[in-house]
Design a protein around this ligand. Structure first.
Ligand SMILES: Nc1ncnc2c1ncn2[C@@H]1O[C@H](COP(=O)(O)OP(=O)(O)OP(=O)(O)O)[C@@H](O)[C@H]1O
Ligand SMILES: [Mg+2]
Length: 412
């Protein structure tokens, strides 16, 4: 006798979106626009602050949080309670930290999408390193920090400097560049019982790139490559101005990075969804290293940058990809432009910096956030974007930039 699940997907689709931070409005709106029912689970601390698109939501539920962290059992019980009366088809994590929570819920409710083992490759920097290395993808030499003998061997064999980084954080929080073996040991010991939550690796000097891609049915259907200006770690620790710009389409770097991105995400088995993945190009020999990946839309307004240059919004495309996956349909990207874009974000000394003197016609977006200054420029010419970003970075450095306090969540 064949056993089948009689509860086949009912129409319309019902999505539960998780958002420990406020983001993903465009995904919520697009799901609704496509006829889905959308529930949102978010942090109680955001209740009076967040401006969610209420008209796109069936309901909002709040979980008590400690600085946006949720208790996993509370979450499972709360969502299971909702399931008494609602049939949820898909769970979408809107923030990076929600990726593993979504996985936990999917496992509990037996829903499709990345489960716990699969989602590890997109959240845990040690899991990423190991999986990439096993798949023949170049990564900086690394070690887990479980075992003293392994750490000793690593420090003897791999020349410094090194980086010691939390396996499960984001936004470069807690990442330390370390020059002396003794300092590695001091930090490892100081971490106490948290010691196993780090990964230790060689610092590879070079340029940092990101590839933002869309995946459907196991295929990379779209990918766009960009180059950060100052490496993000320097921005977050030394203060500095965050910039990134889209690479010349079809250039050697663009082709190499998109091909490597495809290899990484095929190895990590991202089937349906979006990814923001980062690479280092070593300043020594120009070789590419896989830095890290994620199963979410890139933060720090990168989706706005891509939208300015291409006309396509990753948050919206993600909604469409998920609907296609749930209904067994084929996803295709909309027609896109191939313009160029550049993004700049910095902390500002001024509470509300006056940016009225920035008046170039290529300027298409200004950041409106206390003590921040930010722009997106776009042009059909890559050289023009490059020129503007450089000029703007210099002006921001001279007239607006503030380096303290540390840019903890610049990527918000
Ligand atoms: N092995 C390495 N060699 C050189 N630089 C590194 C290395 N690992 C990390 N970095 C630097 O630290 C930054 C942050 O590292 P990573 O992307 O792994 O952490 P993150 O917390 O996810 O940060 P973010 O959210 O800003 O991407 C990188 O962009 C890069 O500047
Ligand atoms: Mg990173």
């Amino acid at each position: 006798m064949e056993i089948t699940d009689l509860n086949t997907v009912p129409a319309p689709l019902t999505f539960l979106c998780l958002a420990s931070f406020e983001k993903g409005h465009r995904t919520l709106e697009e799901l609704k626009r496509q006829g889905c029912r959308v529930f949102l689970l978010t942090s109680l601390s955001l209740r009076d602050k967040a401006k969610w698109p209420r008209e796109s939501l069936e309901d909002i539920f709040y979980l008590p949080d400690q600085e946006h962290q949720w208790d996993a059992q509370d979450m499972i019980r709360g969502v299971s309670h909702l399931c008494r009366t609602q049939q949820i088809d898909r769970i979408l994590p809107l923030d990076d930290f929600d990726v593993e929570r979504a996985a936990l819920l999917r496992e509990h409710l037996r829903l499709p999408g990345l489960g716990e083992t699969a989602s590890r490759y997109f959240r845990d920097k040690l899991a990423m390193r190991m999986r990439a290395a096993e798949s023949g993808i170049r990564v900086p030499e690394f070690t887990a920090t479980f075992n003293y003998e392994r750490i000793t061997n690593f420090l003897e064999q791999v020349p410094g400097p090194w980086v010691l980084k939390p396996r499960l954080m984001a936004g470069a929080i807690g990442i330390k560049k370390v020059h002396h073996a003794q300092e590695v040991w001091d930090r490892v010991h100081a971490a106490g019982d948290e010691q196993s939550f780090f990964v230790l690796e060689r610092f590879v000097p070079g340029s940092i790139f990101h590839v933002d891609s869309i995946w459907s049915a196991g295929e990379m259907v779209y990918a766009i490559a960009s180059a950060y200006g100052t490496p993000p770690l320097k921005v977050t620790t030394g203060g500095g101005i965050f910039t990134t710009r889209i690479l010349p389409y079809g250039s050697e770097e663009d082709l190499a990075l998109r091909a490597m991105n495809e290899r990484v995400l095929k190895a990590f088995q991202l089937l349906d969804g979006v990814s923001h993945t980062e690479f280092i190009r070593a300043e020594g020999d120009g070789s590419y290293y896989f830095l890290e990946t994620s199963a979410r839309v890139g933060g720090a307004h990168i989706s706005d940058l891509i939208e300015a240059a291409t006309g396509m919004n990753f948050w919206e495309e993600w909604a469409k990809v998920e609907i296609a996956a749930a209904t067994g349909r084929r996803y295709t990207t909309p027609q896109t432009r191939k313009d160029y874009g550049g993004l700049l974000v910095s902390l500002a000394r001024q509470e509300w910096p006056d940016t009225s003197s920035f008046q170039e016609p290529e300027l298409v977006w200004r950041m409106k956030k206390k003590h921040h200054i930010g722009f997106i420029v776009k042009s059909p010419r890559w050289e023009r974007v490059e020129e503007l970003i450089n000029v703007y970075a210099q002006r921001v450095r001279d007239e607006y930039h503030a380096s303290a306090p540390p840019l903890d969540r610049l990527r918000e």
